[in-house]
Structure formats: structure tokens, C-alpha cells
Design a protein around this ligand. Structure first.
Ligand code: SF4
Length: 87
């Protein structure tokens, strides 16, 4: 069974690495429509298309262990951002 969950949302490719997720739930707090914790306390998608693009990016970037990766239409990685980009 793959440990990756992947969706294309607002033209963004969003991937949860379920093996990395430690279930802190920061992504869920930032975008509860988009993510939830399953019975193993690992993040899964709910309805990420219901979350505005900016907030979705913010929610993915909130992950403390970089378990969520986001690429744009051109295949450029947007999340995780370089450490110097965030405060
Ligand atoms: S923020 Fe990261 S570690 Fe926390 S639940 Fe979401 S994917 Fe998992």
C-alpha cells in the first residue's frame, strides 16, 4: 500500500507523505475543510478544493515535518518553502 495521498487542486499538485506525518494537525487547523486526521492520526484529504488556493498553500506549509509537498502547474515546488522564506 502506498503511503502517499495525492490530489490536484486549483492546478496545484498536493501530496501528503503519510509515512512522515506525525499527526500534529497543523494542516487540519489551518484548513479543516481540506484535511483531517484519520483513525491512525495521520492526515488525509477531505475536500481540499473547498479551500482557497492561498490558504491551502499556507496549510500545507504549516506542517512542521514537511510531510506535505505542493507543486504548481509548471512542476515548480512551492511547499515546503526555503526556511528563509518564512518567519
Ligand atoms: S501538519 Fe503535517 S504532520 Fe501535522 S497532521 Fe498535517 S501532514 Fe501530518
Amino acid at each position: 500500500m502506498s503511503s502517499f495521498e495525492e490530489r490536484v487542486v486549483h492546478g496545484l499538485r498536493v501530496r501528503i507523505d503519510r509515512a512522515l506525518c506525525v499527526g500534529f494537525g497543523d494542516c487540519v487547523k489551518a484548513a479543516p475543510e481540506g484535511f483531517k486526521l484519520d483513525e491512525d492520526s495521520v492526515a488525509v484529504f477531505v475536500q481540499p478544493e473547498a479551500v482557497e488556493r492561498d490558504r491551502l498553500l499556507h496549510a500545507c506549509d504549516a506542517c512542521p515535518v514537511d510531510a506535505i509537498t505542493v507543486w504548481d502547474e509548471a512542476g515548480k515546488q512551492l511547499v515546503p518553502t526555503a526556511p528563509s522564506d518564512s518567519g
